[in-house]
Design a protein around this ligand. Structure first.
Ligand code: NAD
Ligand code: MLT
Length: 310
């Protein structure tokens, strides 16, 4: 019987599918060395974002046929090394779209109404209504960077809240943007005109530090930025400077240059910053969707059927 290693927490619905065709070993929190040691025994590996599948892991994976990423981004997998060894990498491009979009919207509203700090203050037995006066999103400009699956859903919901959507995505047509009720603009205009900016792009060599000191300088002092896409798209040192000098008004981050977030001065910034621990895909519904989607693909490959590549 083939063997599958599940090295990050995966919903039981996915494990049940794998168990139809394989022995399933769930071993989370393996060190990189432990993963390298374990991997030669497995035909398939199922992960979320916690496991780093480096070239060293791939080198040791003598019988591995498939790596399944229960989520969208495969940036924690050395796909080039895997492909070179004939190992298929699959993902779930749509299973967590709604979860990630709703997290971005929740972050935007929480930032506008100071919800995390206000909650903490009431739980600490204080009653300070004045300190938490917020701002409305109604009639404000939302700049959406990346009008793909998640960005489109954010734009649709934000329009229903009365926001005007400016979008930047060089790979989307004017017609598609118009269908979504968005105006396609260049990045400078998006930075200058937006009251809120939300990022929904992959991290690539082109998007790394897209939000840097120069970009932050162009934004309104009242601008608030949300990143539920990938860490490293925002230059965190430049963001800290911009927030502490009042160049922009706030930021809500779900993803970081380094995860888990280590020492960071962003923690000192009080209610102008909201930090969540990479929760974009963490809904009950999304975790079932991605677990089933990826487990079915692994099952099929283990049965000798063709794979859908990530
Ligand atoms: P998608 O592929 O559907 O959309 C990405 C869009 O970005 C595409 O329309 C593409 O044309 C556009 N794009 C690419 N390069 C660009 C650039 N340089 N400038 C502007 N636009 C560019 O992807 P998606 O499913 O919407 O996911 C978006 C991001 O969200 C990914 O980075 C994904 O990994 C991340 N994500 C995070 C979480 C989380 O837990 N926080 C959950 C799901 C997805
Ligand atoms: C993704 O790319 O799907 C997300 O980052 C979510 C996750 O880590 O599961």
């Amino acid at each position: 019987m083939p063997k599958v290693l599940v090295s990050d927490p995966i919903d039981q619905s996915g494990l049940d599918i794998l168990a139809q065709v394989a022995q399933v070993d769930v071993k989370t929190k393996l060190t990189p060395e432990e993963l390298v040691q374990a991997i030669p025994n497995y035909d398939a590996l199922m992960i979320r974002s916690g496991t780093k599948v480096t070239s060293a892991v791939i080198e040791a994976a003598s019988q591995l046929k498939i790596i399944g990423r229960a989520g969208v981004g495969v940036d924690n997998v050395d796909v080039v090394a895997a492909t070179r060894r004939g190992i298929v990498v699959v993902n779930s491009p749509e299973g967590n779209t709604i979860a990630a979009a709703e997290h971005a919207l929740a972050m935007m509203l929480s930032l506008s109404r100071n919800i995390p700090e206000a909650d903490q203050s009431v739980k600490a037995s204080t009653w300070n209504r004045k300190a938490f006066t917020g701002v409305e999103v109604y009639k404000k400009n939302l700049g959406v960077v990346g009008l793909g699956k998640i960005g489109s859903h954010v734009a649709t919901v934000a329009r229903a809240m009365g926001m005007t959507i400016l979008a930047y995505d060089p790979f989307i047509s004017k017609e598609r943007a118009a269908e979504l009720g968005c105006s396609l603009v260049d990045l400078d205009m998006l930075f200058q005109e937006s009251d809120y900016i939300t990022l929904h792009i992959p991290k690539t060599s082109e998007t790394a530090h897209l939000i840097n000191a120069a970009a932050l300088d162009k934004m309104k002092p009242t601008a608030r930025i949300v990143n539920c896409a990938r860490g490293g798209i925002i230059d965190e040192a430049a963001l800290y400077e911009a927030l502490s000098n009042g160049k922009i008004a706030g930021a809500a981050l779900d993803v970081y240059e380094e995860e888990p977030l280590g020492e960071s001065s962003l923690r000192e910034l009080g209610k102008s910053v909201i930090l969540t621990p990479h929760l974009g895909a963490s809904t009950a519904e999304a975790q079932v969707n991605v677990a089933i989607d990826v487990a079915e693909q692994i099952r099929d490959v283990l049965l000798g059927l063709p794979a859908r590549s990530a």
